[in-house]
Design a protein around this ligand. Structure first.
Ligand code: G4F
Length: 325
């Protein structure tokens, strides 16, 4: 939705692919710009549909942000995740290649820091070897390499943004940042049920999605396609994220115990705010991610505007306003 807004601001004619849903309510994040976008029913698993839309719309730029994007869910739906996140990219690239016979078309692939998985070096750069740790990341690795391969084999403009975690108030509540913001606001409003989380020690490099779509756009405006790490260069644990949200609300959390027995207690009231549950642990965890985006800063002149604190505070502010006023 942030990318659509950015392109509309720049005067683009924006087209979007939409999967049909029986309830038709999966467009909340773009409702405010819906009238300015042309939608096409589609699905990354449907090659014929992708080719026919490509030849009808004849876009100058194609941004592929479509995916089954939840790492945990990829263990429940590994085949679907592979169909969409790996072969879906191939299908889209084939459609782009077909159109590229007639006109210039640039392709952006949303690659991910999950590719680094069990990290081989810290911080991670464009040259750090990949070690994916989930069906999601393994599928994304195919998407990454097929994008490189079509560039090298067919001279397509096809680039990868290797984006580290990017969050915002629009993040789905099943991802940890939004889940923490929602959960702690609910506790502040009187909910006595503790927020149940998985690995509190996981370290992530969290940036704001609004900054990261600027980077996507800049990647595509280059004369030569290439692959770039996009990251904040700062690392925080899930526990740090909880503390930062609590601090915004005016609660102080005291952490007690370890591992599955760890709990977060409201220091003032003694209320159990957070507990750890095995349910949210992953079969193979990505323990630590930290990006080095020197190449993007130097080549693209990309300058992120949000600090970690700005990001957390904006998420808290919107959660507060939307739910309680
Ligand atoms: O918010 P998460 O689910 O994001 P994750 O797995 O890092 O993936 C996100 O970022 C990737 C970029 O690196 C994208 F490619 C991907 O599509 C997605 O957008 O989890 C973050 C961390 C993990 O280590 C997880 O184990 O938080 C830990 N965590 C702890 N408790 C939890 C929870 N994650 C979730 N979703 N829910 C929990 O209760």
């Amino acid at each position: 939705s942030y990318l659509a807004e950015l392109l509309l601001e720049k005067g683009y004619d924006v087209h979007g692919l939409v999967r049909r849903s029986s309830t038709g309510n999966n467009t909340a994040n773009i409702n405010h710009v819906k009238d300015q976008i042309t939608f096409h029913y589609s699905d990354l698993t449907d090659a014929a549909n992708l080719e026919s839309i490509m030849l009808k719309v004849r876009p100058d730029e194609v941004y592929n942000l479509g995916a089954q994007s939840h790492v945990s869910v990829s263990y429940d739906c590994p085949t679907y995740t592979g169909d969409v996140n790996a072969i879906g990219v191939l299908k889209l690239l084939e459609a782009v290649k077909r159109l590229a016979k007639e006109k210039q078309v640039k392709f952006y692939q949303a690659s991910t820091s999950e590719l680094y998985g069990k990290v081989k070096e810290t911080p991670q750069t464009e040259n750090t070897p990949f070690y994916p740790r989930s069906p999601y990341a393994v599928a994304k690795m195919y998407g990454y390499w097929i994008t490189v391969n079509y560039r090298e084999s067919f001279n397509l403009f096809s680039c990868n943004g290797i984006l580290f975690n990017h969050e915002s108030p629009r993040r789905g509540p099943e991802f940890v940042t939004r889940k923490i913001v929602q959960g702690l606001f609910n506790a502040w409003m009187g909910d006595r049920e503790p927020l149940r989380l998985g690995n509190l020690d996981a370290l992530r490099d969290w940036g704001h999605a609004k900054d990261y779509v600027e980077a996507m756009y800049l990647l595509v405006q280059q004369d030569v396609s290439d692959d770039y790490v996009i990251s904040s260069g700062e690392q925080h644990s899930v526990r740090d994220f909880c503390d930062m949200v609590a601090d915004y609300i005016g609660i102080q959390i005291e952490w007690q115990g370890e591992g599955l027995d760890e709990v977060g207690i409201d220091m003032k009231t003694g209320q159990r705010l957070i507990e750890v549950s095995e349910e949210f642990y992953r079969p193979a965890e990505v323990n630590t991610l930290l990006g080095d985006c020197t190449k993007a800063k130097q080549t693209l002149n990309w300058v992120p505007k949000y600090s970690f604190k700005d990001l957390v505070h904006e998420m808290c502010k919107i959660e507060h306003n939307e739910n309680y006023y």
